[in-house]
Design a protein around this ligand. Sequence first.
Ligand code: M6R
Length: 617
Amino acid sequence: MCGIVGYVGDNKSIEVLLGGLRRLEYRGYDSAGVAVIDSEGHIGTRKRAGKLQVLVDDLEDRPLANGATGIGHTRWATHGGPTDRNAHPHLSADGKLALIHNGIIENFAELKQELVESGATFTSETDTEVAALLVGREYESTQDLTEALRRVVARLHGAFTLLVMHEDQPGVVVGARRNSPLVIGLGDGENFLGSDVAAFVEFTRRAVAIGQDQIVTIRPDSVEVIDFGGAPVETEEFDVAWDASASEKGGWSSFMAKEISEEPEAVGNTILGRVHDGLVKLAELDPIGDAALADLDRIVIIACGTAAYAGMLGKYAIEAWARVPVDVELSHEFRYRDPILTERTLVISISQSGETMDTLVAVQHATAAGARVLSVCNTQGATIPRESQAVVYTHAGPEVAVASTKAFVAQVTALYLIGLHLAGVRGTLTDDQIRENVVELQAIPDKIAEVLSVSQAEIGQLAHWMTDTQSVLFLGRNVGYPVALEGALKLKELAYIHAEGFAAGELKHGPIALIEPGQAVIVVVPSPRDPNSLHPKVISNIQEIRARGARVIAIAEKGDAAVLPFADEVIPIPLAGSLFEPLLAVVPLHIFGMELASAKGLDVDQPRNLAKSVTVE
Ligand code: M6R
């Protein structure tokens, strides 16, 4: 929610800010704006409702004087609609200070009241303008931008990253963060701030993550970090593991198309370096320790959206392999119901961005309650891994499209690796059994590549036929159920079509009433080869809905003859062990959501009302 970028260095602020905003636009695209201190020492701002391109076009028509200091913002609206006036940056009363914000200032109403009573006037409906006016006032009395910001953040409640700059302090940008992300990019004679490393990876891959409740002051040749109490803070540099080209479209029609094509590598790279002698060894779990892992009596997986569906798959695998009970909870439900947690509970958080506020506060709650917290995350330097006892990174590379695809398969892979590691530590599988599962997992990248090469055109055709469809139901059983939920979510968020995922066994308990002639139903069919397979039951479910006129599209193992007579369309997937089938079955559903949205002429990378990182509760 909201992307922010700050720059001090050469006379190229506008290029740096617009480049950074382009790569951060996935975080929000309701409006965009920049502020730059020009060579005369004056602040110029330009901000426009709509996507970044509206601002870019405006700057081409009416150029802003460039400068060596600047801040830029792309907004996901919370307080106040997506208008030019509510776009960031916001200015202090004297217009000399510009400020941008990501997050929500929860006590803004009382601060606004106080400011109004003391004569302030407001030009927007945002919570952010309160901070701009307050920092402006503090600067008047302190003449010190860092101290002014420090005094103000002490009065703010909620979640915020703030960046400020002042006309009287060219060459200085100050940032502060609480519960929202902020990363420093270290350059040569220039320095950067960003919501994530994508903001500056074009210029430098040297980065430093700012901790909770810290303030950073950047100048072209220095970076200083203090805490909210004013004490200096030691920081740790890391290298960004990918380069700018990884966050570019690179000739694809959309980021989503590119990211789906990267699903094989997302799985392969997540496995890489974690298998030794055919067994899974996750050195990342050392901070928790084998003794504690062997002694666990419960695992709780917390996540939101697609990550929660990955978590559901993790439950099936971890329970099967490590024989420990696993609950999966939506982070926001978990956090606010006083869950029972002990030191024998392992909480596993899953987050692509590592910044999802619902998951972050759940992690903080679990840590405070004495549970062990392990995070699965795709983003280096993000807040959630920093606040966790241990972290297993997925190596999916940057995911830019708002709809999560390659991160999902990487999250499932990471959870399966964790399950196999735990099985080794707990002695619940033999080494040979672990090796068999590792071989299955290592075969998945090639099998996903096969799905991509065989099915893409066919699914595109199907999606084109279905552009007028009003509703699609998704059915699956066991590990097919989370896949059904994921397929439905993709269709809702991308194509704005009513879609629901159901456990197929639940059908007769209510949802079958939705079936009427022509209703499209996508069914995830398990392999018929497994003697314990639910294949016959799913075939029965298909017959039940067909009898009521449903149009059935089956995702089934290639060669599954039993499904053919009952399905209108069959999308084949390669053979795999039953726990591994979801990593294949989900791929056609990712393609289907994207193709149907594209066929309707929708923007698949930036669906309406959404943002990639949900950094407010
Ligand atoms: O960054 P996270 O993995 O924590 O994000 C969680 C969800 O917000 C995310 O998966 C969301 O549901 C996606 N838009 C789904 O495609």
